[in-house]
Write a protein that binds this ligand. Sequence first.
Ligand SMILES: [Ca+2]
Ligand SMILES: [Ca+2]
Length: 340
Amino acid sequence: MILFPIFLAVIPSLLISQEVYISMDCPTEVGTHTGDNHITVNMTSDVVMDWCMISLTVSPENHLELDDIQWIPGEYMYTIPPYYVDDHWYFGFWGGAGVGYVLGPQNGPILDLTFYAGEESGTAVLEIQPDSECLLGNTEYSLNYDDGYSIYLTDCNEGLLSFGSQNLHSSTLAIEILNTEPISYFEFDIDGLQITAIESGLIWVYDFIIVMNDQGHVAGWTTQDNPIPPTEGLLCNLVLENQQEIALGFSHLAFADPDGNPLCIAAGDSTWLVIPPDVLIGDANQDGLLNVLDIVQIINFILSQSDPGVFEQYVYDVNTDGTVDVVDLVMLVQLILTYE
Ligand SMILES: [Ca+2]
Ligand SMILES: [Ca+2]
């Protein structure tokens, strides 16, 4: 008689433990800033269901971005488009109860999630939540699942994509690449950037086909036998139009070698896009006049052998050839003579 309460407590949990079981196949380690990583959700079920809802969370929320979610079709399985509410992703399906379409026992993958790994190294945890449930009519099945899955995000060590110089005369922004492995494919986003064309750099040397859109998305690929070899240099110049002064940062980087293997290329620091200052070219001291004071200021700058910043490059480089030197002084003198 003493054993009776223990019997009640243990046996029901054993009976329901295998009704519906959800598990995930996750990569244990991925590089930061990489896309096209996959998680497969598997179901093992020995019961008949007509409705099921699975809820997933990722913590920290910004470490994994679940961005392409595909159901693997099952017999009589009708799916609900995934949706995101209160930090949870919800994935649901039903079997069309009432017309005889129910989801029978099964064992295999049901869902493929593509995720983008976050910006910082660390650990992301993916968990199925207790509000997940499955039903046949009014009968609720216990939905069992594994503990949370940890995915380790490690810093990328196969290269760096970074912002280079901005040229306000030609409205171009340089994108620099440093890579230790050959590159046949690349993709990145610069949110909010309106790109009108892409020119010069390694993409031209290695015959990349380039696609882009007006949302700041750029992708390029070349033939398998013509990759960018390990190098450091200008990947391309982005030609911009009607720009606002905005913060620039890379996201959704994806790189691959000639065999299609993903490369872990890190994103360089964020920067700011500078708009052309509202000054006369050559008006170095910004007083609205072109005269000898501007010549003196540019001479001093040339003698200081400083690297020109975005402003100096725009205002001091009078002949717009990309460098600030004595040729600009000669042209400025001519401008002053015609200006007065
Ligand atoms: Ca001036
Ligand atoms: Ca010049």
